[in-house]
Design a protein around this ligand. Structure first.
Ligand code: PLP
Length: 396
């Protein structure tokens, strides 16, 4: 049976051309550590790491390169920012579409007296920027926002919120998980102070590598969440002020960085906007077909404007888990069913607690795969519906 991977919002597959070769070459030909040994081969690896930071700075239109920090991914970056930057009495604003990578650190720091409010999004996942402005208080320090919903793909109004943040002197912290690599994100134009990115989604790199790009002000004020050896300023028992070392204690994930470098080089060679255009064409074809399916509710925005290539369907009167299971077992189609680590988003979209089946499209997916999936859904829906109630769906 063929396999079709429609869970690209979780992690992209296949990875960019050149990623696995680059990692293998590093591991086989000289997996030396950087910032430690003073030998030529280690300096060569340092150079590759620096180039990776430069590629990221270019991609997100950001400077200085030393403020590009590697972490294992978005979740870690957001934890570093939320737990390292805010103190008792501070107030933060997020939206009701946030992933638990934002919500869980926020609820953890709330126990320490860092308050937050979530601006309520519309039932299609979009957000009226006024909702953010209405929540601003004298103690508000930052707006933390997902760029696009990982449940239904809706974009959030980044440019408007960047403006509001500047006007009120708030930091704008972005979770770029569902946009980075697929859509342009210009930190300067959008007035973003800190951007958290995953290497393994739209950037087409391996899992376990990601990072954050942080303004000089944030770099000066944030307490490093993790401390330890950096190979620099070894006479000190405190974390050095030097960047990026201040936020990169311990040995870096060098195979991950080398793989990410290859992925970024691949992306840099693609014609501008071609990646988003291809994925959105697949999304549009899927949305058109899904609109003809009986008893299926398309969650979020109806069209492809202002959305990432992520579509959530609610199979009304049926069990979403059954649909996802049969797509995989009978047709080899991999999707993700449940609450997608975003319970508040599902509450906003009216799909809590049953969740949805999420289809997300990537660079190597094809229109034939989309058509095959739509035909598979028709066949599944013609079969005897499951008698179990919605509440039986597995909330993942
Ligand atoms: N934020 C959003 C919107 C996501 O979709 C995800 C992952 O799916 C994350 C954060 C967490 O990313 P990671 O697991 O790579 O840290």
């Amino acid at each position: 049976m063929q396999h079709i991977y429609f869970d690209q919002a979780s992690s992209s597959f296949p990875k960019a051309e050149g990623v696995s070769d680059a990692i293998k070459h590093f591991l086989d030909q000289g997996a030396f550590n950087i910032n430690r040994g003073s030998y030529e081969a280690a300096y060569e690896i340092s150079q590759l790491v620096l180039e990776t930071r430069e590629l990221l700075a270019d991609l997100f239109h950001f400077a200085p390169v030393k403020n590009v920090i590697f972490t294992p991914g978005v979740t870690y970056s957001l934890n570093f920012l939320i737990k390292g930057l805010f103190h008792t009495g501070d107030h933060l604003i997020c939206s009701s579409m946030e992933h638990n990578a934002v919500m869980r650190p926020l609820t953890q720091t709330a126990k320490l007296g860092v308050r937050f409010d979530a601006a309520l999004c519309r039932p299609d996942g979009s957000l009226d920027p006024q909702r953010i402005e209405d929540l601003i208080q004298p103690q508000t320090k930052a707006v933390i926002l997902t760029a696009a919903s990982n449940v239904c793909g809706s974009f959030l109004p980044l440019a408007e919120i960047g403006r509001i943040c500047r006007q009120h002197q708030l930091w704008f912290i972005l979770d770029s998980a569902q946009m980075a690599g697929t859509f342009p994100l210009d930190m300067q134009a959008l007035q973003i102070d800190a951007l958290a990115f995953p290497g393994h989604k739209g950037l087409l790199g391996p899992q376990g590598i990601g990072g954050m790009l942080i303004s000089e002000e944030i770099a000066q004020l944030a307490e490093p969440l993790i401390s330890g050896g950096t190979g620099s300023a070894s006479h000190l028992e405190e974390m050095p002020a030097l960047l990026p070392d201040r936020f990169e204690a311990g040995t870096l994930n060098l195979p991950g960085i080398i793989g990410l470098r290859a992925a970024l080089q691949y992306l840099a060679k693609q014609p501008a906007a071609a990646i988003a255009a291809k994925e959105l064409a697949l999304t549009a074809a899927f949305l058109r077909g899904a609109a003809d399916l009986p008893q299926v509710r398309i969650i979020g925005l109806p069209g492809c404007a202002k959305r990432a290539p992520v579509v959530s369907l609610d199979f009304c009167g049926d069990d979403n888990a059954r649909i996802a299971y049969q797509l995989e077992s009978d047709f080899g189609i991999m999707t993700r069913v449940g609450l997608h680590c975003a319970p508040r988003a599902h509450q906003t979209l009216g799909t809590f607690p049953q969740g949805t089946v999420r289809f997300s499209f990537g660079q190597q997916n094809t229109e034939d795969e989309v058509n095959f999936c739509l035909a598979a859904l028709k066949k599944i829906l013609r079969r005897q519906p499951c008698s179990s109630s919605k509440g039986d769906s597995h909330a993942l």
